[in-house]
Write a protein that binds this ligand. Structure first.
Ligand SMILES: Nc1ncnc2c1ncn2[C@@H]1O[C@H](COP(=O)(O)OP(=O)(O)OP(=O)(O)O)[C@@H](O)[C@H]1O
Ligand SMILES: Nc1ncnc2c1ncn2[C@@H]1O[C@H](COP(=O)(O)OP(=O)(O)OP(=O)(O)O)[C@@H](O)[C@H]1O
Ligand SMILES: [Mg+2]
Ligand SMILES: [Mg+2]
Lengths: 229, 229
């Protein structure tokens, strides 16, 4: 499903080069529920952004279903991201002028493959599953931090993507709300066989993980073999 | 120190009125290390913003050191906030064009009460205490989520305020980094007798708290008497 080989990521800062990832190798099998764990600044967001085709590796190879990502042109990349990947950003990245319903509906409208009625019922189902039924008309600025996080979560799931990348998805949630979100994602993972990759600091998330990948200072430190399902 | 009496906060959304706080009463004594705990959407950020004079209550009274906040004019309010209060926002609110050093230095420059040399050494001490010495020249966009959170933390402490309001200050931090930050804040609290009020979902933070205030659906549900120190 996802093959990362010798991936490095460098940032230029003035005359210095920062090595955010230093030759990362690992493989994720279809349907895994995997957690990436590491200290603040260790490279989790950088890694997720590269897997999610939001950022390009400086060196190395990223293959999704056998497709080498760096061979794709911009249109093919955009299409892959829309159809195959759901991303929950650490900073949510909601659209400020759209309300909860419209933010979640947005990727489905872009895909343009469902009739309006099916879109509405799918969006409403997700809104209910993340506990935001009373807040559908609020805009992001009219929501609490954890409510915005849940909009970002619902939006990432609405297209039923094959790969969900979740960057600290429970950071702003209390334990009870966080657990209901994790149970929802686990249910989707088991029903759809979609692949979930979380970066997290939350021990509750780790309980749900099939496998844990540790990252320290830009390196993966214990590349366990993938769990065959 | 801080007296909250019958505070309500209403938001208008179209024709509906949302009651984010429904008559909150509590008192915080000088030097307390207090945690506000509650589910996502329960009113924590709203309460902290009102205590921190960033937002006004719809009804009720907020007294800081005997001063009724709603009697202050804009200049007096700005002055109070700058001199007495340090705020760690749930969304950090860093200045994008300033680097780590400049972001942390900013409130001290506004206060204009220390010579440049003292400003520099104070800022550098805090940068070291939050573990960001290697990142002083990065701008917020060139930092990880937890690094931005630590800049926000250092900035809130740089003026040595009498009251520190921390809205989920460890949300984006791994347990080890989070604990070093909490130990730092506890040390400041004990040395300076400054008052710390956290909203948090993190059980690690609760271990440091003298007192826990539970909030549910806009109401404080177990107003324990303040811990006399
Ligand atoms: N501008 C607004 N207009 C309408 N409702 C609002 C507005 N801002 C906040 N709210 C609502 O007020 C309630 C309390 O919000 P608040 O941000 O205080 O919650 P919180 O306890 O900090 O939650 P979290 O843990 O998710 O950060 C929420 O239900 C939220 O939707
Ligand atoms: N644009 C950039 N320029 C320079 N350095 C960067 C840039 N973006 C990220 N970095 C650095 O790369 C490293 C890895 O960042 P990353 O965001 O992947 O960490 P993280 O593991 O997600 O951390 P956190 O848990 O705090 O979110 C950090 O040390 C960060 O300062
Ligand atoms: Mg990150
Ligand atoms: Mg909040």
């Amino acid at each position: 499903q996802i093959e990362i080989t010798q991936v490095t990521k460098n940032y230029r800062l003035g005359k210095t080069t920062i090595q955010a990832l230093k030759g990362v190798n690992f493989t994720v099998e279809e349907g895994e529920f995997l957690s990436v764990v590491g200290a603040s600044g260790s490279g989790k967001t950088t890694l997720l952004n590269i897997i999610g085709c939001i950022d390009a590796a400086s060196e190395g190879s990223v293959k999704i279903d056998g497709i080498e990502i760096k061979r794709l042109n911009d249109n093919e990349l955009t299409d892959l991201r829309l159809r195959k990947i759901g991303f929950i950003f650490q900073t949510f990245n909601l659209i400020p002028v759209l309300n909860v319903f419209e933010n979640i509906e947005f990727p489905l409208l872009l895909m343009n493959h469902l009739p309006k009625k099916a879109v509405v019922s799918r969006v409403n189902a997700l809104i209910e599953q993340v506990g935001l039924t009373d807040f559908v008309r609020h805009k992001p600025a009219e929501l609490s931090g954890g409510q915005r996080q849940r909009v970002a979560i619902a939006r990432s799931l609405v297209t039923n993507p094959a790969i969900v990348l979740a960057d600290e998805p429970t950071a702003n949630l209390d334990t009870e709300t966080g657990n209901s979100i994790l149970a929802l994602m686990k249910a989707i993972n088991m029903r759809e066989k979609s692949t979930f990759i979380f970066s997290t600091h939350d021990p509750e998330v780790l309980k749900y993980a099939d496998r844990i990948v540790n990252i320290r200072d830009g390196r993966v430190v214990n590349p366990e073999p993938p769990v065959a399902l």
